[in-house]
Design a protein around this ligand. Structure first.
Ligand code: UFG
Length: 327
């Protein structure tokens, strides 16, 4: 298929681009490089540097003829979304609606959407299945849920085929060490912990120690970025016109913040000082996927189910690229 990948220079997007190319698809990356990196896009992949809000460029690009769009371009900092909600609604909702509008005009009817476990809010039961209530507790989650609704409505109204992948916590890096995670500022636990291991930060703060979890720190379901990429490929192959569907993408295995730091100490053989800190606003205590649906319907299987193996790939990337991508 000919696939337009928005945000294809970003963390999850770039790993998916590589997987699409390996799968024989013809890929064009559309990215404004506000968070992505040109060096994360493989040589030979067409690249358009433009903003999603630039509808003239988006329209002329889509008019070249595409079979599908994979949409990664979005803001993802939960804390920032609480402070600046309109920035999130503008990009994650308005710009995505603009993209869908142009897709409809250009008769592109396959859409894979980066959704999130943050759409579930604070679930009462674990693991989380797709049919549980979606009640986000922060603006980031709201914007993703609004788009899931819009996709479902477009499927009914004009035959869009759309798949929302509800990521749990994307983690790790390409096994060959060629691409990995590089955010500025970095807010996610694994890269922060590895920056402490590299002595780029003095210590890691543990945000909250009194959550209702076994050790009092938040539990997350870390999913390797290459397993996420595989899920995107399978989703693309299984999209049907007029149908919206959603899948959790997680392993079903929970790791607490303290467990993760301990595993990182073993993998890196570094001390990694940690200190207790107040809770971070917007953090649910536990997020744990039930991935039964994507396994049974799409045949997806995660290759990485051990947090140490995930950390090893991330550690390889961070050690070899202590300053991230060359700019
Ligand atoms: N954490 C710390 N110290 C840090 C960073 C994080 O204790 O320095 C804790 C957080 O409080 C949280 C856990 O580590 O309990 C994981 O935090 P991350 O920031 O790595 O990831 P999140 O769980 O916040 O991820 C959430 C959603 C995802 C969403 C993502 C977007 O779970 O679905 O935010 O940023 F995509």
């Amino acid at each position: 298929m000919k696939v337009l990948v928005t945000g294809g220079a970003g963390y999850v997007g770039s790993h998916c681009v590589r997987r699409l190319v390996q799968g024989g698809h013809e890929v064009t990356v559309y990215d404004n490089l506000c968070a992505g990196h040109r060096a994360a896009v493989p040589d030979g992949v067409a690249f358009v540097q433009a903003d999603l809000a630039d509808t003239a460029t988006l329209s002329s690009t889509l008019k070249q003829g595409f079979d599908a769009v994979m949409h990664f371009a979005a803001f993802l900092d939960v804390g920032e979304s609480v402070r600046a909600p309109l920035k999130y609604y503008q990009n994650n909702v308005s710009n995505t609606i603009g993209l869908l509008d142009i897709m409809r005009d250009c008769d592109v009817k396959r859409f894979v959407f980066s959704s999130t476990c943050a759409t579930y809010g604070e679930p009462k039961e674990f693991p989380i299945t797709e049919s549980m209530p979606q009640a986000p507790i922060n603006p980031y989650g709201h914007t993703k849920l609004v788009m899931e609704w819009a996709l479902s409505d477009c499927a009914k109204a004009w035959g869009l085929g759309a798949c929302a992948l509800r990521y749990f916590n994307a983690a790790g890096a390409a096994a060959d060490g060629s691409i990995g995670e590089d955010h500025d500022p970095e807010i996610h636990l694994i890269p922060v912990v590895l920056q402490v291991a590299l002595e780029q930060r003095p210590q890691v703060s543990i945000f909250g120690k009194d959550y209702p979890t076994p050790d009092g720190t938040c539990v997350r379901d870390y999913i390797h970025v290459e397993d996420l990429a595989e899920a995107h490929l399978l989703a693309l192959q299984n999209i049907h016109p007029g149908v919206f569907d959603a899948y959790n993408v997680g392993t079903g295995i929970g790791t607490s913040v303290r467990q993760l730091i301990e595993a990182a100490r073993e993998v890196t053989e570094r001390e990694i000082p940690a200190a207790d800190a107040p809770r971070r606003p917007g953090d649910p205590p536990t997020l744990l996927a039930d991935p039964t649906k994507i396994k049974s319907q799409l045949g997806w299987r995660p290759k990485y189910t051990d947090i140490s193996e995930i950390l090893k790939t991330a550690w390889q990337w961070h050690r070899q690229h202590p300053n991230g991508y060359p700019e």
